[in-house]
Design a protein around this ligand. Structure first.
Ligand SMILES: Cc1ncc(COP(=O)(O)O)c(C=O)c1O
Length: 356
């Protein structure tokens, strides 16, 4: 029965492993380890199991609920979103390394680790211009000195996040600043940092040009692993797979209808006033999937002749007039996904997950 429940997402284990192998071998030649970012797996156990055994050096996730599900893991589990103070007990108990930038949080981690008679490892986030999380270069000395005095915290690395909020492209210049900061910190703490993490899938294009400065020894990869895309310019990575995940939805109605609604036009189900192009009578299909599962703007039909018209919470409307396929009620339509649509369908409990 489970095999025939729709909508569902079909996952190719072989293609996922092949993407990871490809990226590991690309990075290895440059002395760079990979932190496999699992957030898009949304805690899916078979996928976490694959990542665990894939040869990546760390597993990183932004949600502690996902990291808690990973057990018997030989590689460190890393919380890549700054911890909430309200979750620090779980951070100490379930996470090997957490990314941090705030003394109030690190201080509470220190106190809790002390009370549990344990130690906690942290990576300091540095902001090199993208303006999401991280301390500015000018504040690094002060914060490192404070952390260095904490008895139960080990500062094991630094990391930068780029091309996330501000769209800043990684370069030998900004990653060079990261290496300068690493050198400065190593002087203050009189030991080497284990992790110097030079960004996410947007840093991959620098590998091709051999433009990642010496001293950067890690990248954190999510989108490139899952859908084979680098994220500085949005290009497909050569020899990778962009169809590891395929979304399938079922047709529940096919009818020839006008392309413009009849009657006075007010708001659609989401409060917007829709606009329509008159293309005459068209053959339209309705699929049993909707905005509750995924945005119709973020899915790509494998049948290139399909036009996506729109969606409401539970209905996706497509135009199949130009297609050569013989669609019927009950037919299944396949879609490739972007990273954000993959995140939403993996998160939706209404979408079945089927591993090939
Ligand atoms: C801190 C951090 N590092 C790495 C990643 C992975 O980014 P990407 O999917 O572009 O590889 C993310 C986002 O998922 C992130 O928030």
């Amino acid at each position: 029965m489970g095999d025939w429940m729709f909508p569902r997402i079909i996952i190719s284990e072989k293609k996922l492993k092949s993407n990871i192998d490809l990226l590991i071998s690309k990075c290895k030649g440059h002395g760079i380890s990979i932190m496999g970012i699992s957030k898009v797996f949304a805690g899916n156990l078979p996928l976490l199991e694959i990542l665990k055994k894939s040869g990546v050096s760390y597993i990183g996730d932004s949600r502690i609920k996902n990291l808690k599900k990973i057990t018997d893991c030989d590689i460190p589990k890393v919380l890549i979103r700054l911890p909430m103070i309200s979750e620090i007990e779980d951070v100490i108990d379930y996470v090997d390394i957490s990314f941090n930038s705030e003394i109030p949080t690190i201080s509470q981690l220190n106190d809790l680790a002390a009370s549990k008679n344990t130690r906690h490892k942290i990576v300091l986030m540095v902001d090199l211009g993208d303006l999401r999380e991280g301390v500015l270069a000018k504040d690094v000395d002060e914060i490192v000195n404070i952390i260095n005095d904490m008895k139960n915290i080990d500062l094991v690395g630094i990391a930068v996040n780029l091309t996330c909020y501000g769209g800043v492209i990684p370069s030998s210049k900004n990653l060079g600043e990261l290496v300068e900061i690493k050198n400065k910190i190593e002087k203050i703490i009189s030991r080497k940092l284990e992790i110097v993490s030079g960004g996410n899938s947007s840093s991959l294009f620098l590998l091709e040009k051999d433009n990642i400065p010496n001293g950067v020894n890690n990248l954190r990869l999510g989108e490139s692993i899952a859908i084979g895309r680098e994220t500085a310019y949005g290009k497909k990575i050569e020899e990778s797979h962009d169809d590891v995940f395929i979304l399938q939805a079922e047709i529940i109605e096919i009818r020839n209808k006008p392309s413009v609604p009849r009657g006075e036009i007010g708001m659609d189900a989401f409060g917007n006033t829709p606009v329509f192009e008159d293309r005459g009578i068209r053959r339209r299909a309705i699929l049993a999937i909707g905005k509750q599962d995924v945005s119709h703007e973020e899915i790509i039909p494998l049948d290139k002749e399909i036009i996506i018209l729109g969606s409401s919470s539970d209905h996706l409307i497509i135009d199949i007039t130009d297609s050569n396929e013989e669609y019927r009620v009950g037919s299944i339509v396949d879609f490739k996904l972007t990273y954000s649509s993959l995140l939403s369908v993996m998160t939706s409990k209404y979408v079945e997950k089927k591993m090939l």
